[in-house]
Design a protein around this ligand. Structure first.
Ligand SMILES: [Zn+2]
Length: 378
């Protein structure tokens, strides 16, 4: 095991933060799995899962069972962890720029295409090595001007050449669910079933350049651009990347973390990163649905929110999700019912119980795509 402290760019006199990573296994060992937690700094279930994973990964290494390597970043956002306002954690957007910590990662396919176009050949594995080496060089040459970009660069330096990348988040109140790109869903499906996901949301470039999609997108975007120019050298989808939503912000418990760490260790056995008996992959715990089919419910009126269903419940069209109540309105107009516009699992809901007009109530994983443009929320 190697513990490394990576200094971030100092943003101001007397300030210096650093990111801590752990590497288990040899630096060049394959497969490589990269795991990070709490990129949105107030989303803490993954941090506790990392705490439970560390001794298990150390034991696997000590017992000589580590064939590949695992890079673990238990607290991926030291900037966001310091941000508090009125006694509350504020770790989703950087205070200085209002930028989401999980957006604006570099589009490496665009950055590297011209350099790579004429250097790829008929050997798929040689092409993968070439692309990874070019990405490493590009990231090493990147000179960020801000602390936030220096964090993005350091996370990408640790993750960009991994075969599998898992970014551990959570929602406000939620059932366990997972986001991934269509191009890399197949190798991630066993993970979804080991975790017992209640929803899987698949997209193809949902917009905004989030961490996970920018890493998996490097491969399919490059392959697509090559094909568009009539170049048919083989380029596999060499990175499978997912955002795993470990339930809700308050679901931080040793019981949950132990269960999730066990699922992740079983997935590492399944990937043969760790030697041992292959786990039995459970039957699918949900249907994989398009992110473009996910309905975000909004309330047209302000009021106190009383939920009628729970995250994880499967809803029919028209089913009442919540009542929004304005106790100051006259007569029966004081109750407004929010109903499901699509059939599917309510996978996330707001954590507060007062909503302003136009505010979000929750999200339902519908099976039929109907949305276009940017598919992720703020
Ligand atoms: Zn998040």
């Amino acid at each position: 095991m190697e513990r490394t402290e990576h200094p971030l760019l100092s943003p101001s006199l007397g300030h210096q933060k650093h990111l801590v990573s752990f590497r288990y296994g040899a630096e060049d060992a394959r497969p490589k799995v990269y795991l990070q937690a709490s990129l949105h700094a107030e989303e803490l279930p993954g941090m506790l899962v990392a705490h439970h994973l560390r001794p298990q990964l150390e034991a696997a290494e000590r017992e000589g069972r580590l064939r590949g390597q695992v890079v673990l970043v238990p607290a991926a956002n030291p900037i966001g962890l310091t941000q508090r306002l009125n006694h509350r954690a504020m770790g989703r957007f950087e205070f200085g720029t209002a930028q989401n910590f999980n957006r604006h990662y570099p589009n490496l396919a665009d950055a590297l295409f011209d350099e790579l176009r004429d250097r790829l050949g008929p050997d798929p594995q040689a092409n993968v090595a070439l692309v990874r080496a070019a990405a490493t060089r590009w990231l090493r040459d990147w000179r960020p001007a801000t602390e936030l970009d220096s964090l993005r660069r350091q996370l990408f330096l640790l993750a960009h050449d991994a075969d599998v990348v898992l970014d551990l988040h959570c929602d406000w109140e939620a059932a366990l669910h997972l986001y991934a790109e269509e191009a890399c869903w197949a190798p991630l499906a066993p993970l979804a079933w080991l975790l017992g996901c209640r929803a899987v949301l698949l997209a193809r470039d949902s917009g905004g350049e989030p961490f996970d999609e920018t890493l998996s997108g490097l491969w399919w975007r490059l392959a697509e651009r090559l094909r568009a120019q009539g170049i048919h050298h083989p380029l596999p989808q060499a990175c499978a990347s997912a955002t795993v939503e470990l339930r809700g912000e308050a679901d931080v418990s040793h019981d949950n973390a132990r269960i999730d760490a066990k699922a992740l260790m079983d997935y590492l056995l399944h990937l043969r990163v760790i030697d041992g008996p292959a786990p039995t992959i459970p039957r699918p715990s949900c249907e994989a649905t398009p992110l473009a089919g996910s309905e975000t419910l909004h309330s047209p009126v302000a009021g106190v929110v009383a939920f009628c269903v729970r995250p994880g419940d499967a809803l029919a069209v028209g089913e009442v999700v919540a009542e929004v109540i304005d106790p100051t309105a006259p007569g029966a107009s004081r109750v407004h019912r929010i109903t499901a516009g699509v059939a599917g699992v309510l996978y996330a809901a707001i954590g507060e119980r007062y909503v302003v007009a136009g505010g979000e109530i929750g999200k339902i994983a519908g099976a039929t795509p109907f949305r276009t443009g940017h598919l992720l929320g703020a």
